[in-house]
Design a protein around this ligand. Structure first.
Ligand code: NAD
Length: 313
């Protein structure tokens, strides 16, 4: 593999693992990241690599994006405002970067004919009770009166934009709806429950459980996520399609707290809090979120399977 890949958000958690993987296979990588939540240290393993280039900047910078797109063969667009608290506090920035930034990037990609993979999210399914979530089902990401949904709305807009460019100019696109992804380099303050619990357990503090703890999630190891992404980028039949990418193994937040304490080897206990205390009175959490992985399996003959226990190592 000698292709040159542009990774927006490549200094972030998933993006930096994708960079490592692409370089290890002989490709070249350009990272565009504004370092709002990403960190240059995430690229430390790759830092002195002759085929890695890092550019600090925003996906909203039209001229720079066009120049970078021109220089690469294909694109993985991961740069986005992420994290529950962050998107609740910054709904406008979330829409501007995630929807607007995708538009800037996709316009250049379409004009220059660069295949593009767009990172979306399971959040686009909203609180739909129809489980497991299938790519073809109607999205139900809620009301714009609730700030949290700026993220889901922005991701849905990016998806529509990619598919519209695919229709209009034949741009090669793949859309991946990531479900909860975890693993090394995920920040404890990323808004994700698993790294937050691990950090608290290591610090000897009780693990915070919001609500009754019976809400569940499926956690996927970032290595599996990256494997799926790379395979999808190479699979011609994935062009123009949307894929769930994640694990289908469900675990309740209560069980997760137990597992984290076991793996870390400290019995720190749990502290129960109402959502409203930390996220505001309007906050609505999704009880369950389970992907159907049939489409992913059919396309790339791969399904994330790293055991949950390994995520807490
Ligand atoms: P992350 O915060 O580590 O990565 C996002 C990166 O985007 C960061 O490095 C950040 O600095 C960068 N960024 C933000 N605004 C930017 C801008 N204007 N221009 C350029 N770069 C910018 O989070 P992550 O978990 O690695 O997320 C990667 C992608 O996957 C995101 O698009 C996110 O929405 C999506 N996703 C992640 C998960 C998950 O469980 N981790 C779940 C669903 C979707």
């Amino acid at each position: 593999m000698t292709e040159h890949l542009l990774i927006t958000g490549g200094a972030g958690f998933i993006g930096s693992h994708l960079a490592d993987r692409w370089l290890a296979e002989g490709g070249a990588v350009t990272v565009l990241d504004d370092l709002s939540t990403g960190r240059v240290e995430n690229l430390r393993a790759a830092a002195r690599h002759p085929r890695l280039r890092f550019e600090q900047g925003s996906v909203l910078d039209r001229r720079r994006v066009r120049r970078l797109v021109e220089e690469v063969d294909l694109i993985a667009h991961l740069g986005a405002v992420v994290g529950v608290r962050r998107v609740c506090e910054r709904p406008l920035e979330t829409l501007r970067v995630n929807a607007g930034g995708s538009e800037v990037l996709l316009e250049a990609a379409a004009e220059l004919g660069r295949p593009t993979l767009v990172a979306s999210s399971s959040e686009v399914y909203g609180a739909s009770p129809r489980l497991p979530y299938r790519e073809e089902q109607e999205l139900g990401y809620g009301s714009p009166e609730i700030p949290r949904w700026s993220y889901a709305a922005s991701k849905a807009a990016a998806e529509s934009n990619a598919l519209a460019h695919h229709e209009a100019s034949g741009l090669e696109v793949r859309i991946v709806r990531f479900f909860n992804t975890s693993g090394p380099r995920q920040r404890p303050n990323s808004g994700m429950v698993l790294p937050r619990m691990v950090a608290r357990a290591l610090a000897g503090e009780p693990l915070v459980i919001y609500g009754d703890g019976q809400q569940s999630r499926c956690f996927c190891h970032v290595r599996d996520t990256v494997e799926a992404v790379v395979r999808l980028m190479r699979e011609p039949r994935a062009n123009g399609k949307v894929f769930n990418v994640g694990s289908a193994r469900e675990v309740s937040i209560e069980q997760l707290a137990e597992l984290v304490q076991q793996r870390v080897g400290r019995k720190v206990g749990v502290e129960r809090r109402p959502y409203a205390e930390d996220f505001g009175a309007d906050f609505v959490d999704t009880r369950r979120r389970v992907p159907c992985l049939a489409r992913l399996r059919d396309a790339i003959h791969f399904e994330p399977a790293t055991p949950l226990e390994r995520l807490v190592d």
